[in-house]
Design a protein around this ligand. Structure first.
Ligand code: ATR
Length: 274
């Protein structure tokens, strides 16, 4: 049996088991199974050891462990190394390898919305484990300017330092500051909204006049967050995290099975029913 897990905290909301088990079935990988597990920091060592022993075949890693799994990996792929963020773990030739498929997933997400995302101004909320992947994906579209705002400013500063070569394009804002004049894309990478009832308290009323030209993206995918509901009310375009979720999952699946699954209507329907 090839057993896979998604680890995180919280984890109840995760649709990864549903999606990967669907693909295992679709591609006739009958002895493959995928489950979710809520863990604490202390469990990481034990779980990675299960990969080493072969009782687990692979992992997805989600909030808040994308950084903390790194010291337990024998090797990282280039993107994971550059971004210091791991969302996928596999074993190859006895070595535990940490991968990052979030960046590719987000690129797919933007590409899905419109073909030309080049030269845009972007406002990124948050500076957590996944945010570096979002910035990495954004560089592929050569943005005009990227604003970052995070509650803990030090983390936003660290992120800026991580992308030194893009220094001129990055500007940090204080958490709670009025949103920048006009951005074409606003991305929520924080976990605010993961639990229903939570809300980002920023005044985007000026964005009303820009209508559907502005795209609001929330990486949260299990429900429509207040952040997206408000954007929709203002007439802005919205995209929830499902497209990115499917994108990153597709490349994780490929790492484990060598199969690049197709994302068709049925796949989208599968994860939209929740
Ligand atoms: P991970 O690194 O795995 O993404 P994380 O570090 O907990 O997990 O990241 C969560 C993000 O949501 C961070 O940007 C966090 O802000 P801080 O860096 O200040 O912790 C943000 N976040 C979570 N809850 C928040 C809240 N109530 N208010 C503001 N930001 C919040």
């Amino acid at each position: 049996m090839n057993k896979f897990l998604v680890i995180g905290n919280p984890i109840d909301h995760s649709l990864s088991p549903k999606l990967h088990n669907y693909w295992f079935k679709k591609y006739k990988l009958t002895n493959f199974i995928y489950e979710k597990k809520k863990i604490t920091e202390r469990d990481i060592k034990y779980i990675i050891n299960e990969i080493k022993k072969g009782s687990l075949s692979g992992l997805n890693v989600t909030v808040p462990f994308k950084k903390s799994v790194i010291p337990f990996c024998d090797k990282l792929d280039k993107t994971a190394e550059d971004l210091q963020s791991v969302n996928t773990i596999s074993k190859k030739e006895g070595k535990v390898i940490g991968w990052n498929t979030d960046s590719l997933g987000f690129q797919e997400c933007l590409g899905h919305f419109r073909k030309d995302n080049k030269g845009k101004s972007v406002f990124v909320l948050g500076a957590g484990g996944v945010t570096a992947s979002i910035l990495d994906a954004l560089w592929g579209y050569n943005p005009k300017k990227v604003y970052i705002s995070n509650r803990t400013k030090k983390k936003a500063e660290d992120l800026k330092n991580q992308f030194k070569e893009k220094f001129q394009k990055l500007e940090l804002l204080d958490w709670g500051d009025k949103p920048p004049g006009k951005c074409d894309i606003v991305v929520n990478t924080t976990s605010i909204g993961l639990r229903s009832g939570e809300k980002i308290n920023l005044d985007f009323s000026d964005y009303k006049s820009f209508g559907d030209k502005i795209l609001f993206i929330d990486l949260i995918y299990n429900h429509k967050t207040n952040f997206l509901k408000d954007a929709e009310k203002r007439g802005n375009s919205i995209l929830d995290g499902k497209t990115m979720f499917l994108g990153q999952a597709k490349y994780s699946f490929n790492i484990w099975t060598n199969i690049l699954p197709t994302i068709d209507e049925d796949t989208i329907k599968l994860i939209s029913n929740d």
